[in-house]
Write a protein that binds this ligand. Structure first.
Ligand SMILES: Nc1nc2c(ncn2[C@@H]2O[C@H](COP(=O)(O)OP(=O)(O)OP(=O)(O)O)[C@@H](O)[C@H]2O)c(=O)[nH]1
Ligand SMILES: [Mg+2]
Ligand SMILES: [Zn+2]
Length: 303
């Protein structure tokens, strides 16, 4: 029987949908892989590159999983004691925010940047609903995050602004859409590729209240080349496997300024002669970003 290599697009119960050479296969998973898997997630996750044997036309059995290039993880909802792998081998995380309805929470951007970079993904900040924004509001995000070197996009899923730039950023890459509920993730994907018919608006309220936390995700193939993953907004994004001492690495300006602190392992929170706190006081370092850093530091526990 033919042995093929493919990419897992979605998983439903015991079945994986695998794409190989432009065709789709329904595959089971060889039992030995379950025995080898660690307890946290199944042996196969969305985005995995797998070797499978085509047993009958269009169907097969996954026999092996190739090494994962990147990993998008967060702590499992509710318990926070386990790792929840959202997807693997993803190139970039599109951090979708809106300025209004819901209002902008910059701290969410800071958290998602950590989730992306710690897993090996490139973060891209997408400010959506610009049709609802006043000029000054857009430029504050641009100043903060553009100034730090992050990629930024400004879009309106309703009016179409920025959609060409978004397409260019996603073409031939695998991208996860992340961000709070209601910011327009599903709307943007529908605008990118009309006909997908992802649910927007009302439906997701149920998720927001936590009645059902859909954790299943799938890679959606774009006609122009590339794949996207829509995720439901989560109320709280728990960081996985991040220690207090690591947090500053994901705040480039704090990392840079922190080289001048008195203590080499300064946490930039309570220490005397802390160059970061001094810079905040002088107004050369963004106070909001430092507060966000401190909040995240506290939430992961200091080390
Ligand atoms: N004015 C305006 N409204 C938008 C825009 N994008 C989305 N919306 C509206 O915002 C609401 C929420 O959009 P969704 O696409 O469902 O948001 P989501 O991020 O997928 O939300 P969850 O699936 O709950 O995480 C819908 O009523 C959309 O019509 C935009 O660019 N401008
Ligand atoms: Mg949605
Ligand atoms: Zn310091």
């Amino acid at each position: 029987m033919a042995v093929k290599q493919g990419c897992v697009l979605s998983i439903e119960g015991p079945w994986c949908q695998v794409e190989a050479e432009g065709c789709l296969y329904r595959c089971g998973i060889r039992k030995k892989l379950f025995l080898q898997a660690d307890g946290n997630s199944g042996p196969v996750v969305v985005g995995d590159a797998v070797i499978f044997e085509e047993t009958t036309p269009g169907e097969g059995v996954i026999d092996g999983v190739l090494e994962r290039r990147t990993k998008l993880s967060r702590s499992a909802p509710w318990t926070h004691e386990k790792e929840h792998i959202v997807a693997v081998n993803i190139d970039q995380l599109l951090i979708v925010v809106s300025l209004k309805n819901p209002p902008l929470k910059e701290g969410v951007i800071d958290r998602y940047i950590i989730v992306a970079e710690s897993g090996g993904l490139k973060p891209i900040i997408c400010v959506n609903k610009i049709d609802l924004a006043k000029d000054g509001e857009v430029s504050s995000v641009e100043e903060t995050y553009g100034g730090l070197g992050y990629s930024l996009l400004f879009t309106s899923a309703v009016h179409g602004e920025g959609i060409d730039q978004l397409r260019a950023a996603l073409r031939d890459r695998k991208t996860v859409f992340g961000g709070q509920s209601g910011v327009g993730k599903s709307s943007l994907i529908n605008t990118l590729q009309p006909g997908l018919g992802l649910r927007v608006g009302e439906v997701r309220r149920a998720v927001r209240k936590g009645r059902h936390t859909t954790s299943s995700v799938s890679l959606i193939k774009l006609d122009m080349g590339g794949h996207v993953v829509d995720t439901p907004g989560v109320r709280e994004l728990g960081l996985w496997d991040i220690e207090g001492q690591d947090v500053a690495e994901f705040f480039p300006e704090i990392w840079e300024t922190g080289r001048n602190c008195k203590y080499t392992r300064c946490t930039h929170s309570h220490e005397p002669a802390c160059a970061v706190k001094e810079a905040v006081q002088r107004g050369t370092l963004n106070r909001r970003r430092h507060e966000s850093y401190l909040r995240i530091l506290n939430s992961v526990g200091k080390n």
